[in-house]
Design a protein around this ligand. Structure first.
Ligand code: NAD
Ligand code: UGA
Length: 447
């Protein structure tokens, strides 16, 4: 480390990455772009085939170029088996899923399976890096899965966001490395020296806690923002201006202050619950975090109520247009998406939900009826474009902040809807403009 706490430039290293998902793929491409020789293992045949043919298996802006550059430079190649990937590697990054178990804890079964798969093929002295989000104590647990005294396990949590993963990977705010062996931690830190990011070296328990603390803090911040927006509606304040006023305070900042339909995605929901579970197991009453989670559920329900009100008090048989199904814009990820959750709740209240999302193929089975799509969309009527979704609807609900929704022809939307009601759960549209056209408009925290 340099005197200013930044990582210093290191050597070209041999790295294996296990799992080519939303974290593994950008991370592998970034390490390859930093000059390391990277082998990426992906066992899902469709994801692997896509990568080998130069297509991206996930929607992530800029990722195709980053991967193509790394492959062209000879620094990145793809294999199916983790066992093959680790042969000759000095570092092995585990980027496999850690979904939520039934009791709210993190399910380590993928981590366990990957660790056991590779154990006998690791060269002595290999450093295994937990980049998957894993609970406190997992560095030791993974050491036990591997069962070798000549292999060290280091925690290196990932902080990238979907939709800006390339930027976040290449320009991280910080690199956190946790290990009981300071030498191993320093070696992992050096892999990221090209990023110029501040390096925090700590013990594994602290590093693992930093990851959960970060996501829990972000979730709590958003729950506060959404609750505040609710209060603004009651007292007649404009939440956007209130939050602008807050954001100028440098201790608060402008980031992560956008009210919405509730926070979701593949990580904030599961990681907040996992941290709560860890706290409960430790006998610590983390009621603040429990409140943030409960408050998020209230936000989803608040949006549903707005739609019920817009439709005159009942959704029974009402056609409702939904724009956006992913958990945020610029990704195809629908895991724990608030949009989906709200859509299912609307369908559960009897609405016929006509949904459009730019990343969803409305005619997946080729018969053109908007049915037969992916399992998580079974109770929705998928539509091929936003106008089609709005046709005959008594309310239009904007649930994902896709930029293209701003620029649609709203006179056409007005013409095709049965009733001109908009519930804008992302505050994406200009209320004055759509009201002038004849819509009734309800946003979040604004009049
Ligand atoms: P993902 O499901 O998109 O990707 C995981 C990939 O690993 C899948 O493609 C799967 O096929 C592959 N895989 C699983 N076991 C394997 C094995 N034994 N060999 C080869 N391939 C294997 O998951 P993700 O969103 O990338 O998340 C991975 C981890 O990173 C999780 O712990 C998550 O909490 C954490 N994380 C995710 C994000 C994010 O934005 N998605 C950000 C930070 C941290
Ligand atoms: C989040 C964290 O931001 C990353 O730092 C972390 O690495 C990642 O989880 C993870 O551990 O997987 P991500 O899930 O990609 O990243 O999405 P965010 O941008 O954090 O958004 C989370 C949710 O909050 C989304 O539903 C989003 O729409 C919502 N959100 C976000 C708002 O409603 N308002 C905001 O101002 C920001």
């Amino acid at each position: 480390m340099s005197p200013d706490g930044r990582a210093t430039r290191g050597d070209r290293r041999s790295v294996a990455v296990i799992g080519a998902g939303y974290v593994g793929l950008p991370s592998a491409a970034t390490l390859a772009n930093f000059g390391h020789r990277v082998v990426l293992a992906e066992r899902d045949p469709r994801r692997l085939a896509a990568l080998r043919s130069g297509r991206m298996p996930i929607v992530e802006p800029g990722l195709d170029d980053l991967v193509a550059d790394a492959v062209a430079a000879g620094n990145l190649r793809f294999v199916e088996s983790s066992v093959d990937a680790v042969a000759g590697a000095e570092f092995v990054f585990l980027c496999v899923p850690t979904p939520m178990s039934a009791d709210g804890s993190a399910d380590l079964s993928y981590v366990e399976a990957a660790a056991k798969e590779i154990a006998s093929n690791l060269a002595p002295g290999t450093i295994v890096v937990n980049k998957s989000t894993v609970p406190v104590g997992s560095a030791t647990t993974v050491e036990q899965f591997i069962g070798r005294t000549d292999i060290m396990v280091v925690s290196n949590p990932e902080f990238l966001r979907e939709g800006s993963a390339v930027h976040d990977s290449l320009n991280p705010d910080r690199i956190v490395v946790g290990a009981d062996d300071a030498g191993a931690a320093a070696k992992v830190g050096e892999l990221f020296a090209s990023s110029g990011a501040p390096l925090i070296v700590t013990d594994a328990t602290t590093s693992e806690t930093i990851k959960y603390a970060s996501n829990a803090f972000l979730a709590t911040k958003l729950s506060f923002v959404n609750a505040l927006a609710g209060l603004c509606e009651e007292v007649g304040a404009d939440a956007r201006d209130v939050l602008l006023g807050l954001g100028y305070d440098k201790r608060i900042g402008f980031e992560f202050l956008r009210p919405g339909p509730g926070w979701g995605g593949s990580c904030l929901p599961k990681d907040t619950r996992a941290l709560l579970h860890t706290a409960q197991e430790a006998g610590y009453d983390f009621s603040l975090l429990a409140g943030a989670i409960a408050s998020n559920d209230e936000q989803l329900e608040r949006v549903v109520s707005k739609v019920v009100t817009a439709c005159g008090g009942s959704l029974d048989g009402a056609a409702v247009a939904v724009w956006g199904l992913t958990f945020k814009a610029n990704t195809d990820d629908r895991r724990d998406s608030p949009s989906l959750d709200i859509s299912h709740r609307l369908a559960g209240l009897g609405a016929v939900v006509q949904a459009f999302d730019p990343t969803v193929d409305a005619d997946a089975d080729g018969d053109g009826d908007g049915e037969g799509g992916p399992e998580d969309l079974q109770d929705l009527q998928l539509r091929a474009d936003p106008y089609d979704a709005a046709t005959g609807a008594r309310a239009l609900v904007v649930l994902t902040e896709w930029d293209e929704f701003r620029w649609l022809d709203f006179s056409r939307v007005l013409a095709v809807m049965a009733e001109p009601n908009i519930v804008d759960a992302r505050n994406l549209l200009d209320p004055a403009a759509v009201r002038r056209m004849g819509f009734s408009y309800t946003g979040i925290g604004r009049q």
